[in-house]
Design a protein around this ligand. Structure first.
Ligand code: NAD
Length: 291
């Protein structure tokens, strides 16, 4: 295996260390960063994610409220819950764990829009999406922001690099493109209708896979020496997770690669912690928050 393995654990620890320092400074200034996580119903994968978020908060001295609503919660009830958290000056970050149960899933956009953009620590609110698009400060989606932070810590140059992203979702592909562009990469976004995908992918110095298909990116799609970031999380057996990249084969060609598990997933949670402290700090500076 030739590639350098980019360990999510190592880089997540660095992100969390920095977030923990900022959290401590805020506490010393009288503001105790606080995250509220709303989970509706009992999706087993969501429960694992929420537990991980809570653990990370505990580790860093960030307060976290776990609001578990029954599966039959109506849209009006969920919106009322969000309204109460928006109005609570002691809560700095609000996150609604997705997916939502069937009866309210269609209203996902309306529900996410209800979160005060200053507390939108997932970075999914259209205000934050717009801020990212115009390069203005705001809360950035955790997964792509975590990938960028990892590249920076790992000393992998972004400026001038050819970056190819496979996947154009609102939570990974598109924000990743904006974040790379902001750092002066030359960015191509590929998707399900892209022609000659392998040839386009092979041009990448930085190749990001966010497709949701097990081992979709094969070694022949990787330029020798490229950095491969595998965002995919695919469960192929009850206890087996694989990424969107054929890891063993791609690692023979790539210069650096993230594993799954143990890669981008850990960065996402770490970046959420940073977003909570960023939100708390911004709210403190604007006035009107309680510690
Ligand atoms: P999505 O389903 O919203 O988007 C998938 C994208 O892949 C689409 O834009 C689609 O155009 C593209 N695509 C599908 N088939 C393709 C093909 N044949 N060729 C080229 N492009 C194709 O998925 P998402 O929410 O962006 O998630 C992608 C993956 O990342 C999933 O496995 C998800 O579980 C994982 N994920 C991981 C984290 C993390 O923290 N590590 C966070 C979010 C998502």
């Amino acid at each position: 295996m030739a590639a350098r393995i980019l360990s999510g654990k190592e880089f997540a620890a660095k992100i969390k260390e920095a977030a923990g320092r900022r959290a401590a400074a805020l506490c010393a200034a009288g503001v105790h960063p606080r995250l509220a996580v709303i989970i509706v119903g009992a999706d087993p994968a969501s429960e694992v994610y929420v537990r991980n978020k809570r653990k990370a908060c505990e580790e860093l001295g960030i307060l976290s409220d776990h609001i578990a609503l029954p599966a039959e919660t109506t849209k009006a009830e969920l919106l009322a819950c969000i309204d109460a958290l928006n109005a609570d000056a002691g809560v700095h970050g609000i996150l609604v764990q997705l997916p939502l149960p069937a009866q309210i899933a269609a209203s996902e956009e309306e529900i996410l829009r209800r979160i005060d953009p200053r507390k939108d620590v997932d970075g999914f609110h259209p205000v934050n999406v717009g801020q990212l698009a115009i390069g203005a400060p705001g809360l950035r989606p955790c997964t792509p922001a975590g990938c960028i932070r990892m590249l920076e810590y790992a000393g992998i140059p972004i400026e001038g690099a050819r970056a190819v992203i496979i996947g154009r979702s609102n939570i990974v592909g598109k924000p990743m493109a904006h974040l790379l562009l902001e750092r002066n990469a030359t960015v191509t976004i590929c998707h399900s209708r892209t022609q000659n995908l392998a040839a386009v992918a092979r041009e990448a110095d930085i190749l990001v896979a966010a497709v949701g298909r097990p081992r979709f990116v094969t070694a022949d799609m990787v330029k020798p020496g490229a950095t491969v970031i595998d965002v995919g999380i695919n469960r192929i057996a009850p206890k087996q997770l694989v990424g969107d990249v054929d890891f063993d084969a791609a690692a023979e060609v790539a210069g650096a690669i993230t594993p799954v598990p143990g890669g981008v997933g850990l960065l996402t949670v770490a970046m959420l912690m940073e977003n909570v402290v960023q939100a708390a700090q911004a709210q403190m500076e604007q006035g009107g928050v309680e510690g």
